[in-house]
Ligand binder design. Sequence first.
Ligand SMILES: Cc1cc2nc3c(=O)[nH]c(=O)nc-3n(C[C@H](O)[C@H](O)[C@H](O)COP(=O)(O)OP(=O)(O)OC[C@H]3O[C@@H](n4cnc5c(N)ncnc54)[C@H](O)[C@@H]3O)c2cc1C
Length: 285
Amino acid sequence: MIAERFRYLRPKDLDEALAWLAESQGEVRVLAGGHSLLPLMKLRLAAPQTVLDVERVEALRGIRLEGDVLHIGAMTRYHELARDPLVAEYAPLLAMAARTVGDPQVRNRGTVGGSICHADPAADFPAAALAMDAEVELRSRAGKRRLPLREFLLGPLSTALAPNELLAAIHVPLRAGWGAAYEKFPHPASGYAVAGVAALINKEGGAARAVAVAVTGVGPVAYRAAATEEVLTGASLDAARIQDGASQVAEGVEVNADLFASADYRRHLAQVLAARALRAAWGSD
Ligand SMILES: Cc1cc2nc3c(=O)[nH]c(=O)nc-3n(C[C@H](O)[C@H](O)[C@H](O)COP(=O)(O)OP(=O)(O)OC[C@H]3O[C@@H](n4cnc5c(N)ncnc54)[C@H](O)[C@@H]3O)c2cc1C
């Protein structure tokens, strides 16, 4: 298929990008890695009048420490995340999830910002970033605002991004020394998560002082498994306790069903993956 006609803009820096976002008529879409937007346009499921290619915008790149958070530019690609030493030290969960995305081509082009803004219900990165309590930094010509990722992701392919805004970066609290694991059952064709579970545990004095569990592929959009976290937080995580927590990982969620996996099968997968991720993050694997 061939996309509808569109205007192609390639700003040289952030100011130019924000000006064009503010001034362009009709729907404008930011083009990052293009691995989700271009297929949508070719299938004519999206037909923006303007495509804003932010490839040259340096301000959207880079991974750096800023006080007590890791700043990750929206144009950071999965393969960069997977190899970055700061990510390895302070946010290894993000690298674990990035390594499971698609194939090398997708990891070489796909970006953190594209994954978050696309809000695919089966995407890997949003789950890992949710478990990390990431915040998004949104920029427009009017200024910038920050929002917890859990408030930014609204539903399938739906976010709180305003039409004149772009995602500039995510800010991730440092989790050095926390146990981390990402477990995924990939769809055999695309690699997307039929179910995926990200787990983070801060272990102190033989107990789980803090537990974060986030799930993808299972509900309308990636979510935090609150019931699981509640069962596990403050406890010593023996096999029975982990099983108990994992069994509640889809609690209160309307579980997705499709030709590949029924709702019951997906729920079962999520529970199995949650138990695996929790065991690995706790260190009992
Ligand atoms: C064969 C294949 C296999 C894949 N397998 C997986 C997988 O296993 N797991 C997985 O998670 N994903 C997978 N993907 C999706 C891949 O991760 C995409 O790269 C990702 O979903 C979107 O990132 P992108 O940089 O390509 O964004 P684009 O396609 O360029 O953009 C996606 C959407 O986000 C918007 N956008 C992008 N950046 C910004 C920004 N900075 N500010 C505002 N809006 C923005 C765009 O306007 C568009 O609406 C796969 C894709 C393909 C083609």
